[in-house]
Design a protein around this ligand. Structure first.
Ligand SMILES: NC(=O)c1ccc[n+]([C@@H]2O[C@H](COP(=O)([O-])OP(=O)(O)OC[C@H]3O[C@@H](n4cnc5c(N)ncnc54)[C@H](OP(=O)(O)O)[C@@H]3O)[C@@H](O)[C@H]2O)c1
Length: 252
């Protein structure tokens, strides 16, 4: 169990007030990490921080000044960062011809550009802190829309595939500095952002036959993957995409 212990690690989870981010923040905190929960709403973050046992870290990750201020606060208040989970994303489910100019940029900004910039800020901090213990961890939350695709979701699929490419590229670049970079590709989880789909019985019936486990994922079922990749147990795992989907990508 010691290799899963995260005490003395400082972790930032973007978009951690609800859904998968909140579940991963809770799992990291339960394994001893000091967890900084990011989002744009101070009230939502304060509630999540109280419930999970972390700290609020308000910032809009798509805004450069906001990102810089967040990292300056992390350095001043926590002396650096060991674990970065790029979880906040942006969605745009619609057919190609319903996209307006600028939509693709917005989706890419949340799913690729902001994680890229956060990695750029985090890497020197992780190198400085973890030089002797090689414990810097970057975990990008991609999606099974990345390795596989379906119609009506082109911008998101392209952006998440980009995030997986970024994961591999940074794994290659940052490994010598003791930083691992991995992705988690969640399948269909019953989070707030999917409420409409969760309430649609046709989608429930489709998932029953389309996934090996035959159901939606619960948010807490992502926590184990995040703890594993953040911990010493995964010290030789990098550039990997860990699919957590109840058997969707693997199921024909
Ligand atoms: N749920 C699924 O089934 C599923 C499947 C595959 C992949 N994913 C991926 O997993 C991640 C989490 O999805 P989710 O459904 O759990 O959460 P979500 O409902 O999409 O949102 C998560 C959080 O992101 C925050 N956020 C959004 N934009 C932000 C920004 N610019 N700066 C800071 N925070 C921001 C939101 O808080 P505020 O609005 O208060 O800032 C919200 O609390 C996403 O990257 C998503 O693409 C989810």
């Amino acid at each position: 169990m010691a290799s899963f212990d995260l005490s003395s690690r400082v972790a930032l989870v973007t978009g951690g007030a609800r859904g998968l981010g909140r579940a991963m923040a809770a799992a990291l905190a339960a394994h001893g990490a000091t967890v900084l929960i990011n989002g744009r709403s101070q009230a939502a973050l304060d509630e999540a921080a109280r419930s999970v046992g972390g700290h609020s870290a308000v910032a809009d990750i798509t805004d450069a000044a906001s990102r810089d201020a967040l990292f300056a606060r992390i350095e001043a208040e926590h002396g650096g960062l060991d674990i970065l989970i790029n979880n906040a994303g942006a969605r745009a489910r619609r057919p190609l011809e319903d996209f307006a100019p600028g939509d693709l940029e917005r989706v890419t900004e949340g799913n690729v550009f902001a994680p890229f910039e956060l990695c750029r800020l985090a890497a020197p901090m992780m190198r400085a802190r973890g030089r002797d213990s090689a414990r810097g961890r970057i975990i990008n939350i991609a999606s099974i829309a990345g390795p596989i695709a379906r119609g009506g979701d082109a911008a998101y699929t392209a952006a998440k595939a980009g995030l997986i490419g970024l994961t591999r590229a940074l794994a290659a670049e940052l490994g010598s500095g003791g930083i691992t970079v991995n992705a988690i590709a969640p399948g269909f989880f019953a989070t707030e952002s999917n409420t409409q789909m969760v309430e649609d019985p046709a989608i429930g019936a489709w998932l029953k036959t389309r996934t090996s486990l035959g159901r939606w994922g619960r948010a807490d079922e992502i926590g184990g993957a995040a703890v594993f990749l953040a911990s010493d147990a995964a010290s030789f795992v990098t550039g990997h995409v860990l699919v957590v989907d109840g058997g969707h990508v693997s199921h024909f």
